[in-house]
Design a protein around this ligand. Structure first.
Ligand code: PLP
Length: 406
């Protein structure tokens, strides 16, 4: 895979030729094919879906349903109706926490999460647990930044109804052994929800082989437009769940007093869906399939290995996360005594775009003993030279902030 050739597919790098963009874990840049698919749809094929009986609307409906099939294929399921379109991973988690909470949670039940979760995979469960009188428990992490699997056994002994965990940490880069975790959780009787917001853009995913019951993605992190993401679930589980949002489009029959609901996936897509963005997301999935997810994954890991080696040479820099093969293209770091935002601003002024803060993972940062970190994240369009540039600017930052470093 040649990232220099791939970069030519991304117009943003023509507009900003010197930009070292290391913030794809927040949101990825878009290839021309995605931008063009979106523009073409708006210019030539736009009409509301599932409503009109005229040819333009029927063709738009076909394009929307074809997008669903493409996303199903990308996630490794033959059944397009197992894919629900939501706005983003956060909405996907809220949908699941609401619907699974209503259906399965009761007084005294447990929802199991982990200490490395993004707030999107924590706060919705807290709300569901509060409504139902359930409680939240979290699998702790080890000092190396991996899940503590001995503690997992103990926590699964409490027979949680739901186990929701991330495939890849957005702070530590840790890739969790999803298939093993899912199998253990199923043996304990839990429903398995996987947060694939950082997984799906970077790893080959086959939801059935992973053994998940639900798998949440974030479209804008996998080269798609904002506003459309695929949420996958097992057909038999979708069928049992009540809706999240209600109103037009998701019903079967409505009287003044009550309503019956359409079968999935329509039941979970109230109102006009983001169908143009779904078509754009399908173009993103096709682009990734064309490159090959194995190659994307290998490239991310090579850049990560290079970054970990280079950053270990920067004096005083604390680098977080495991050192082994089980990590993807996210590297968070801090100089003790230097605020993460100051470091990110310094890097930004040198043309290196990174993110700083708690990355929506406050419990994890508390566990790491820092208020905030600065994070570089890599994707298919990043090069080895960009990783070297990051390291070089961090050496400069070390000299610049020397008097602050504790
Ligand atoms: N889960 C993880 C692990 C994330 O990194 C993010 C975004 O940073 C989310 C969930 C939320 O994604 P979205 O922006 O699509 O709601």
């Amino acid at each position: 895979m040649d990232p220099r050739a791939l970069r030519r597919d991304f117009p943003v790098f023509e507009a900003h030729p010197d930009l070292v963009f290391l913030d794809s874990a927040a949101s990825a840049q878009k290839p021309r094919s995605v931008i063009e698919a979106l523009a073409r749809f708006y210019q030539t094929a736009y009409a509301n879906v599932h409503r009109g009986s005229y040819p333009l609307s029927e063709a738009a409906t076909e394009a929307f349903e074809a997008a669903r099939a493409t996303l199903a294929g990308f996630l490794g399921t033959p059944d397009p109706d197992e894919v629900v379109f939501v706005r983003n991973a956060t909405e996907g988690m809220n949908l699941l926490a609401h619907a699974l909470g209503e259906r399965y949670l009761g007084e005294g039940d447990t929802v199991l999460v982990t200490e490395m979760e993004h707030h999107a995979n924590l706060v919705p469960w807290q709300q569901a647990a509060r409504r139902k009188g359930a409680r939240i428990r979290a699998v702790p992490i080890t000092d190396q930044g991996r899940l503590d699997l001995a503690a997992l056994d103990r926590l699964l002994g409490e027979e949680p109804r739901i186990f929701a965990f991330t495939q890849m940490s957005n702070v530590l880069g840790t890739v969790n052994p999803v298939a093993e975790l899912a199998e253990r959780a199923h043996r304990a009787g839990a429903i398995v929800v996987v947060d694939g917001a950082q997984g799906a853009p970077h790893l080959p995913v086959n939801v059935r082989a992973l053994g998940a019951d639900f798998y949440v993605t974030s479209g804008h992190k996998m080269l798609g437009p904002t506003g459309a993401s695929a949420l996958w679930g097992r057909r038999e589980l979708w069928q049992e769940l009540p809706p999240f949002l209600t109103g037009g489009g998701m019903i079967e029959r409505v009287t003044i007093e009550e309503s019956t609901f359409a079968p999935p996936p329509t039941r979970f897509e109230a109102g006009t869906p983001a169908f143009a963005e779904a078509v754009g997301l399908a173009a993103a999935a096709e682009y990734l399939i064309g490159v090959g997810m194995d190659r994307v994954w290998r490239h991310d890991r090579e850049l990560t290995r290079r970054a970990l080696a280079a950053l270990s040479e920067v004096p005083d820099l604390r680098v977080f996360g495991p050192q082994g093969e089980d990590r993807g293209g996210v590297v968070s770091f801090a100089f003790p005594g230097v605020h993460a935002h100051d470091l990110a601003t310094f890097l930004g002024q040198k043309g290196v775009a990174v993110r700083s803060g708690h990355h929506c993972a406050q419990p994890l940062h508390r566990r790491l003993g820092v208020a905030a970190t600065t994070r570089a994240s890599f994707y298919l369009y990043n090069t080895e030279e960009e990783v070297d540039r990051l390291a070089a600017v961090l050496h400069e930052a070390r000299r610049f902030f020397a008097s602050w470093i504790e």
